[in-house]
Design a protein around this ligand. Structure first.
Ligand code: ADP
Ligand code: MG
Length: 276
């Protein structure tokens, strides 16, 4: 890997959208692998009890494996749970195990319940260029922990009907966390996923999203691709599963845009009118 600028400081990217099935996990693992293949050191934090990001990266996450649950609830250091990803140098994963499902409740009674992930990341001493946090499809305490720990929110949007529905709620939460807990937080990146350029609907949705968000939307859209959806069942990202495929090339290009945008410091108030 070569050719892309590396950030001066670790960029912590929160991949969020409280809708399920929009491509959060797919985007997390494939952007992370793309950047690692370009030579960056990248950590994926799996914050979804389903553990789909861990699976897609070929990481053991059966019930006894030290996981992000132990970090959040027991205060274990992140370095105790991070595992290297096979096949991709510079890529690491903090896996999620099924007990993370209980953390949403267990966190409620803990001290500094919103900032436990942030504390763990700050204490992590290995040098990293990027951290990608894969959020669950909800706006509970796990997602709040991610929003407090990160600076950049990455929102994958599936190019289908109702694509913008519910986004208002996510954006209000981002504003709340920014106002009270994390002044750095902003939506830096919108990525259109499962894009089928042959359908009129997809191009209409894409136009609508670009109209609402403008420059945060990456130029690169991720196409709907069977290779992308097959890769996780082999414990691989599409980057190693089928490097020449359109899905692989599109994630590499999206990752290049993210790297070139640097810290993406542009901030702004985002409201999605009429979609709440
Ligand atoms: P989320 O994490 O938001 O729930 P996922 O990333 O798990 O969403 O994606 C939902 C489903 O769609 C998965 O089965 C995944 O393999 C599939 N998928 C995601 N992106 C694409 C794509 N570009 N082309 C085809 N299938 C995709
Ligand atoms: Mg997911």
């Amino acid at each position: 890997g070569e050719g892309l600028p590396r950030p001066d400081e670790t960029r912590v990217m929160v991949v969020a959208n409280q809708k399920g099935g929009v491509g959060k996990t797919t985007t997390t693992v494939n952007l992370a692998a793309s950047l690692a293949l370009h030579g960056a050191r990248v950590l994926v934090i799996d914050l979804d009890p389903q553990g789909n990001a861990s699976t897609a990266l070929g990481i053991d996450h059966h019930a006894e494996v030290p996981s992000i649950y132990n970090v959040l609830v027991d205060g274990k250091p992140l370095s105790d749970v991070v595992q290297p990803v096979r096949d991709v140098e510079g890529l690491f994963c903090a896996p999620a195990t099924i007990d993370l499902a209980g953390a949403e409740i267990e966190l409620v009674s803990l001290v500094a319940r919103e900032s436990r992930l942030q504390k763990a990341i700050v204490a992590y001493e290995q040098p990293l260029d990027y951290i990608f946090i894969d959020c669950p499809p909800s706006l509970g305490l796990l997602t709040v922990n991610a929003l407090v720990a990160g600076a950049e929110v990455v929102i994958p949007i599936q190019c289908e009907y109702y694509a913008l529905e519910g986004l208002g709620q996510l954006l209000r939460n981002v504003e709340l966390v920014r106002g009270h807990l994390n002044p750095e937080l902003h939506v830096s990146t919108i990525l259109l996923t499962m894009y089928d350029g042959r359908t009129r609907l997809a191009s209409q949705v894409a136009e609508e999203v670009r109209g609402h968000f403008g420059k945060e939307v990456l130029r690169t859209n991720i196409p709907r691709s069977v290779r992308i959806s097959e890769a996780p069942s082999y414990g691989q990202t599409v980057l190693t599963y089928d490097p020449g495929s359109s899905g692989s090339l599109s994630y590499l290009e999206a990752a290049r845009e993210i790297a070139l945008r640097g810290a993406g410091k542009q901030q702004g108030q985002h409201t999605v009118e009429g979609t709440q």
